[in-house]
Design a protein. Structure first.
Length: 255
């Protein structure tokens, strides 16, 4: 059965950061960051073959080559150039959990608050942290949440990213984290004041998305945070209905 709640735009699938080999399966961002730091020449070639319009900055960001990122930026590389019409180097670094590259791209320095400190990031950092991609309207926080890079979410928020921002379909980072089953990102976003019951353009909450895709650990976390179990989308589908209609039963789900 087709998914009524689906937040993914099939038209932009070719430009998904997953093509970069991001591994966010554990939800804490560690494996994504390690994969980024260990990128091989063969993987870089596969990346170049899969997405058009890649610049040296995109490739350096994918491999978490912070020094190279800094050098390229100093020589006029455009941080917001879009590969495949969708992905900036900031999106790529966020999806990969490439914290060194992401920090360099966002211009961390004298005007950026350090971890655990209060402060106001500079305007340039805020603009980069919130810059949407192409027609999908996805922002770096969406890419990070989709691929389980919770540490990247924290860094983006510290640099001024709006964790409640939505893409062209009205999906927030919390929706993308729920779709990927990344409970670590769900919890981090809630700590960063994400709106637990914010609806998409179709009225679906993150709980609808988690229920539809059988992400029991995400559903549990959202309910614990006060998500409404009875929220009805525009199609009048409540989270329980979404779970029953679209999810194949599995004894591993624990529902």
């Amino acid at each position: 059965m087709g998914s009524e709640m689906c937040i993914r735009d099939s038209g932009s699938a070719a430009f998904d950061p997953a093509a970069l080999g991001a591994d966010g399966g554990d939800g804490d961002g560690d494996s994504a960051r390690a994969a980024g730091a260990d990128r091989s020449a063969a993987e870089s070639a596969a990346l170049a073959a899969g997405i058009g319009g890649l610049t040296p900055l995109h490739v350096a960001a994918a491999g978490d080559r912070a020094e190279c990122v800094a050098l390229l930026l100093a020589h006029g590389a455009r941080a917001l150039a879009l590969a495949g019409g969708e992905l900036s180097a900031v999106h790529i670094a966020a999806a990969r959990g490439a914290l060194g590259a992401l920090d360099a791209l966002l211009g961390a320095g004298a005007h950026a608050p350090a971890e655990g400190e209060r402060g106001v990031p500079d305007e340039a950092s805020v603009a980069l942290a919130n810059a949407p991609g192409g027609a999908s309207g996805k922002r770096p926080v969406h890419s990070a949440a989709e691929h389980g890079a919770s540490d990247a979410l924290e860094l983006l928020a510290r640099r001024g990213a709006d964790v409640r921002a939505v893409d062209a379909r009205g999906s927030s980072a919390l929706h993308w984290a729920a779709l990927g089953g990344h409970v670590g990102c769900v919890q981090r976003l809630l700590e960063l004041d994400a709106a637990v019951d914010a609806p998409t353009a179709r009225g679906a909450t993150a709980l609808h998305v988690g229920s539809e895709h059988g992400k029991a650990h995400v559903v549990r976390a959202l309910l614990a945070a006060g998500a409404s179990a009875n929220a009805a989308a525009k199609s009048a589908v409540a989270p329980l209905h979404a779970c029953l209609l679209y999810t194949s039963p599995s004894p591993r789900d624990g529902l």
